[in-house]
Design a protein. Sequence first.
Length: 444
Amino acid sequence: MAFESLSDKLQNVFKSLRSKGRLTEADVKTALREVKLALLEADVSFKVVRQFIKSVQERAVGQDVMNGLNPGQMVIKIVNEELVSLMGSETTEIALRPGSEITVIMMAGLQGAGKTTTTAKIAGKLKSKGRKPLLAACDVYRPAAIKQLQINGEKQGVEVFSMGDKQNPVDIAKGAVEYAKSHGFNVVILDTAGRLHVDEDMMQELQNIKTALDVDQTLLVVDAMTGQDAVNVSDMFNQKIGIDGVILTKLDGDTRGGAALSIKATCGKPILFVGMGEKLSDLEQFYPDRMASRILGMGDVMSLIEKAQANIDEEKARDMEQKLKKAQFGFDDYLESMSQVKKMGGISSILSMMPGMGNKMPDIESAIDEKKMGRIEAIILSMTPQERSNPDVLNPSRKKRIAKGAGVDISEVNRLVKQFEQMRKMMKQLPGMMGGKGGKRGKF
Ligand code: GDP
């Protein structure tokens, strides 16, 4: 998880502050020295850290202290506000032209940053908002780029405009906009060519497209795992061609998070989205306030709710709630609830957004072990429909057959059935537990 170690360290600093009745200036100084080290270890750029600490210090030893607030809480509040401000304060959306007017978005970035994947991810997001996006394959240098865009476009149900790899990218971009006009598209996303390093040719080509076309938004895709390189690349692109925003990919694999914290402060441009995985649905809007909450272990309940809303079929959830209330659910329902959890990114992804859970992740992850969930799934799938809906029929010979079918030891089948029975018993004993009327989301 991104920011894991930073989050851990900051929470430890605050824990030691909270245990003190009063804070002296020396306490604040010591705490901030720890915060500074934690930020540097998270690969936040030195200049950014220095400025950050200065701002927090000025505020922490200033007027707020005299107000006699709970000192520990006050420092956390200030650090939280400064973190939000560091990441850009406001959430920035892609600016789109109204109605049928065509918005042209140019995607830029180094090779391997995730540009082609992100282009398709964004197209999917815009499509789900009712827009009609067209993707334009302007990367004529990397052999597989056009094909990759076509495959991803197809997965998203979004058309890809291509003129092969023999044409000039400027002509392809122009051709795409013409095509969009005559075919009712209202967003054109240009997937341009990247290079391994920042070089003049690439910058010139992007500049040529910008000069020839009315580009509304230039979005830079950078790889979070490259840390400070991502920050420098953003700065360079912004100076050379001018960018409107950054998309930070592979945040799922970046344990430090330095780029996310430094980009806005360094190049002045906001992060619009973060890539959280290879799947085309793994793109999240970037919310500075929610990210700060996650870092400080205060959870990100808003994102959790949105994820649930986007992925959970309300009718199924209601149905499940009724069954749970009456303790009527069978293994099929168990399977269904597991698939809902998976759709939301798995147990660890859900837990990481819960308040106070962020820094406890390693323990919980090993306890839950998502591989185990795969085995549970295999066991349930080896049952007959009758066994799934009425687990009471599961006698030893049936269990033996199921274990064989799932390729697990019979003890695992016994354990699952026992857990399941306990759960049903619990539900029966607590009829009021599910509370309220039907229709609440996310109960499973
Ligand atoms: P391009 O050269 O910039 O067009 O990069 P690609 O779109 O081909 O992506 C390079 C690799 O990064 C591919 O294997 C992608 O699946 C992977 N990738 C892209 N975005 C993400 C992300 O947010 N998380 C992870 N884990 N992988 C990503």
